[in-house]
Write a protein that binds this ligand. Structure first.
Ligand code: GLC
Length: 739
């Protein structure tokens, strides 16, 4: 056994002693606390700096003085949090500081692309940087804790909250979960620019039936363990300090009252020692679920199942004392919950200095720092996906005489921030696409017409739009959804571009049969673009790109930045295909090679089974060539590793990034296995003409899954393997795992 260097041993001892020191302090504090004061720590109410759920009135000052509140959400600013903290520290019996939480999801003031967009960058360093910057800005305004990352795997584009996550793939969600946790929590929670992260929504919320938010989720334990749980385990491994239970019921048991997920898995299997907060009134909502008789019953179920803190539901404060006295809730559970919450406050240094996040000067000088805005612009460009680029329509030339910019989102400065935009400045700071053009075009080169609104059926703007489209040398349409059409409680049954925008696209093509048309899309979910792919030449998916989105988009349109993003969610041909994702099962009658000439196969008769755009799809202004894959061996054992390598060449006219992806297929298992699974990726920069060798190392750890007995392991047999630019390929190589 290799001895660790002495200094590592010493540091580890110091860290252990610190933890024990915290624990000793928390234990001694809890000796002084009454049962009701411990219950007070398990209670969170909302401030009024923002509203993120149904309004529930509460007398915050009174509860804080009584020691009946341990945390607040939607309370921020140095002044606001200082006033509240003073009450807690100076006017309550034990002076226990409050914890301030907020939804800092993709930025606090400087807003980054929505998380589905961030995931399309496949750039873990950028994702970590975005959450690091968010933590800097949020902590400067008194915030200790963010309700992020949202790591719900989802294959449901009807579900508005697909916009908040990292898409359909488990492996990518795992890596991105780790990046967010590291970014928010940094390397030392006692520093005043680090904040607690919170893995949400635990668990399987993204599998809402029919994509209807808050709807039922049902699945076998194998699907739960192989698809929906892994990103949460990855967050635990990354050191996340908090979890948030979800709204949905899972197999008949609401996830905010689910002992199996909250205690058996999270505590007993994963040994998670942070605290669990409910979602907004999700404990009370077990009454609506028909799982709790009343709020007393809901409080009992929530605490016994393992939810440590009641967000805004006001059932713990009101009922837990009586439930303990009646022997229906163990005081041990209350003590455990209170201790976890106090430990988090100690780790943040709030007992050493409750006002450590309160600094006017820092508040005034942190937000929108130039380097934050520059990073936001860089990340917004990297998150965009070039879906189509016929006839090399893009990049545009800034010497073009006139370019017509048409659509309801050309001058938008509000929707561009997307949903969950925290304290982003929706009408002031954000740069619209129209404003971003000024870096490339003179005013006289730009023709503009709004054409129509996002959702109305008023066609009165069509005439002007068509007129300028005919005058211009090139046409750029900027269309999509508004930011209320995705995010929470924003499910759609129809995935088309909303309103009469599609009609305007068609009219503009009819008026300009050969002119090159680019469609820039702002949206929070995969859309049905089956008509648009035939009508326009280029499609650039920019999601909701954030504060610097307009500048970033202009950089892409004019080629200063070469698009590199790749889809992390499948774009279906229409909503009837949903759910459709790249790593489905093969079935006993697989999809035929040449649709529709196939009888008795697992295919539709009206639409091909293939998606419109596959997971991992994304074009570049340059082109990349992949050599044949090379394997170091075609035999893998439990103790060795094999290397898969490939040469990637930039064969085009632009330097650019390529996201090289590793996929495997476990051909035969004790349970059926997906037709392919992402198991690695590397984002590589290649100058034009340059070639690089990319190598992935595969061990049995990469092949494990939960089998029919719910044991996590790997099974011998043949595995297909590929290194590819996206998921739409056929395997040509394989290796064998032998005992
Ligand atoms: C909301 C959301 C959750 C958020 C919480 C606090 O209902 O479901 O994601 O963190 O309430 O705002």
């Amino acid at each position: 056994m290799k001895l660790k260097p002495l200094y590592i041993v010493v540091i580890s001892c110091i860290q252990i002693s610190f933890a024990q020191n915290y624990e000793a302090k928390v234990d001694s504090l809890m000796q002084l606390m009454t049962l009701q004061e411990k219950i007070g720590q398990t209670t969170m109410y909302s401030g009024n700096w923002d509203q993120t759920g149904p309004f529930v009135g509460s007398d915050n000052g009174k509860y804080i003085r009584e020691g009946n509140m341990g945390a607040m959400l939607n309370a921020m600013s140095v002044k606001g949090t200082r006033d509240l903290q003073k009450i807690a520290v100076e006017e309550s019996r034990l002076g226990i500081p409050l914890l301030f939480g907020y939804d800092v999801i993709h930025g606090h003031r400087t807003i980054f692309p929505i998380n589905l967009g961030l995931s399309a960058s496949w750039d873990l360093k950028m994702i970590e940087e975005s959450s690091r910057i968010a933590a800097e800005e949020a902590s400067a305004e008194g915030i200790h804790w963010t309700f992020a990352p949202m790591i719900d795997v989802s294959r449901e584009p009807r579900w508005g909250r697909i916009s908040e996550g990292a898409g359909e793939d488990v492996y990518l969600n795992n890596r991105i979960a780790e990046a967010y946790v590291k970014g928010f929590q940094g390397d030392d929670l006692s520093k005043h620019n680090t904040i607690l992260a919170c893995a949400k929504h635990y668990v399987a919320y993204g599998a809402a039936q029919a994509g209807r938010d808050y709807h039922t989720t049902n699945m076998g334990e194998g699907e739960l363990r192989n698809v929906y749980l892994p990103p949460f385990k990855a967050a635990v491994n990354a050191g996340v300090e908090a979890f948030m239970s979800a709204f949905n019921e899972l197999n008949g048991v609401p996830t905010s009252g689910n002992k199996f997920t909250l205690r058996d898995i999270l505590r007993d299997e994963w040994k998670f020692d942070g605290f669990v907060v409910s979602d907004y009134t999700s404990i009370n909502e077990m009454i609506n679920h028909g799982f709790a008789k009343d709020s007393i019953d809901a409080a009992k179920i929530g605490m016994n199942a393992g939810v440590d803190m009641d967000m805004v539901g006001d059932v713990y404060r009101l009922h837990l004392q009586q439930l303990v006295e009646d022997g229906k809730v163990s005081e041990t559970y209350i003590n455990d919950a209170c201790k976890r919450i106090l430990m988090a406050k100690y780790k943040l240094g709030l007992f050493d200095d409750p006002y450590r996040y309160i600094d006017e000067k820092r508040e005034a000088t942190t937000k929108y720092r130039p380097e934050f805005l520059a990073k936001a612009q860089e990340i917004a460009s990297a998150s965009s996906v070039l879906l189509q680029n016929k006839n090399e329509t893009l990049p545009l030339s800034n010497t073009t005489n006139t370019i017509a910019f048409i659509g309801p989102l050309v001058k938008d400065k509000a929707d561009i921030l997307g949903n969950w935009a925290a304290k982003g400045d929706r009408y002031g700071k954000a740069i619209s696409i129209f404003e971003g053009l000024s870096a490339y075009l003179k005013p006289e080169q730009i023709l503009f017409a709004k054409g129509c609104d996002i959702l109305t059926d008023d066609e009165s703007g069509f005439e002007e739009a068509i007129k300028i489209s005919k005058q211009a040398d090139a046409i750029v349409l900027v269309m999509g959804e508004d930011h209320h059409m995705s995010g929470e409680a924003a499910s759609r049954t129809d995935l088309k571009i909303p309103g009469i925008q599609p009609k305007l696209i068609r009219k503009i093509r009819e008026a300009n049969l050969t002119k090159k048309i680019t469609l820039v899309l702002m949206n929070g979910r995969p859309l049905n673009l089956s008509k648009e792919v035939e009508l326009v030449d280029a499609i650039l998916e920019i999601w909701f790109p954030g504060t610097m989105g307009g500048a970033a988009t202009a950089d892409l349109l004019f080629g200063k930045v070469n698009p590199s993003g790749k889809l992390t969610v499948t774009f279906p041909r229409n909503v009837g295909q949903v759910p459709i994702y790249y790593n489905m099962k093969n079935t006993g009658r697989p999809i035929p090679e040449h649709w529709p000439k196939a009888d008795y196969k697992s295919n539709y008769i009206d639409v091909a089974n293939t998606p419109l755009f596959a997971f991992g799809h994304g074009l570049s202004y340059t082109s990349f060539k992949y050599s044949e894959l090379k394997l170091s061996s075609e035999t893998l054992t439990y103790s060795n590793a094999i290397e898969a390598s490939i040469e990637v060449s930039n064969t085009g006219k632009f330097d650019g990034y390529e996201i090289v992806q590793l996929y495997i297929h476990d051909k035969v298992g004790s349970v059926t296995r997906p037709v392919k699974e992402l198991k690695g990726f590397e984002k590589v920069f290649l100058k034009k003409g340059q070639t690089k060798t990319i190598t992935f190392t595969i061990t049995v750890e990469d092949l494990k899954f939960y089998n029919s007995e719910m044991t996590y392991g790997v099974e011998t047999g043949e595995f297909e393997i590929a290194i590819a630019p996206h998921s739409d390929f056929k395997f040509k190589h394989a290796f064998n795992l032998i005992d």
